[in-house]
Design a protein around this ligand. Structure first.
Ligand SMILES: [Zn+2]
Length: 239
């Protein structure tokens, strides 16, 4: 069975002083080296929707999926130029009712306010050929939502982002990686093609597209570890 890595990033920037979970920050230089390594190894870096034919087993090729959670301004400012330089596409998952605001769901815990892209910046990301995916309306724990809230967060974020980009939004990412069967059913019913989790591992063709696992890339993912995560079962054992 072909194996496809889906890389998970949060911030591409220098970690701010005093921030907790500084590992969520990958420095721009490190990100550039990782994208260079991908290309050197013969991988095409793709967005989720561009990779779907490969994930479904309809197409064969050496592809790696590149994803960013939350839609931080640094994804646009620091990651986009690197992606473009390498001829890669990527998916960024946005919280549709936090446009232009900050990470209010975990700013206190992380001790850092991280600016999120505003509507114009989301459109800039999209018109640059990158994918806009949905990450709910307000970043709740979806398994705690009642049915009406679930519908609002999942189908609502799809509608918001489709209106903003005037394009179909087909990819979802569970906030906090929190989900249960009711949540994944709601994602499917809303019309998404696939959804990514925070469960670690590489995707095997034939895996459930509503439960795609990802490879965590953090600030301490040095080149040798990046290669292990990409090319071996290192992450699969940590799922
Ligand atoms: Zn998130």
């Amino acid at each position: 069975m072909p194996i496809i890595p889906i890389l998970m990033y949060h911030n591409i920037d220098n970690p701010p002083q005093g921030a907790k979970l500084r590992g969520l920050y990958v420095r721009t230089g490190a990100f550039a080296r990782q994208m260079f390594l991908l290309r050197l190894l013969g991988y095409q870096g793709l967005s989720m929707s561009a990779a779907m034919p490969y994930l479904r087993g309809e197409k064969q090729g050496r592809v790696a999926v590149i994803t960013f959670d939350d839609g931080y301004v640094d994804t646009l400012e620091n990651a986009l130029p690197v992606l473009q330089k390498n001829g890669f596409s990527a998916t960024c998952y946005f919280i549709s009712q936090r446009s232009g605001l900050y990470n209010d769901w975990d700013a206190a815990a992380l001790n850092v306010r991280k600016p999120l892209m505003n509507d114009e910046q989301v459109r800039t990301w999209h018109t640059a050929g990158m994918e806009v995916g949905a990450h709910s309306r307000t970043h709740p724990r979806l398994s705690n939502c009642n049915d009406a809230e679930l519908q609002n967060e999942i189908a609502g974020s799809k509608a918001d982002l489709e209106a903003l980009t005037e394009s179909a939004v087909t990819q979802f990412c569970y906030p906090y990686g929190d989900l249960d069967e009711r949540v994944s059913n709601a994602v499917q019913q809303a019309g998404f093609d696939a959804a990514t989790t925070t469960r670690r591992g590489r995707v095997r063709v034939g895996d459930n597209p509503l439960l795609f696992r990802r490879i965590l890339v953090s600030g301490s993912t040095f080149p040798h570890l990046f290669l292990l995560k990409l090319l071996t079962g290192y992450e699969d054992k940590r799922g």
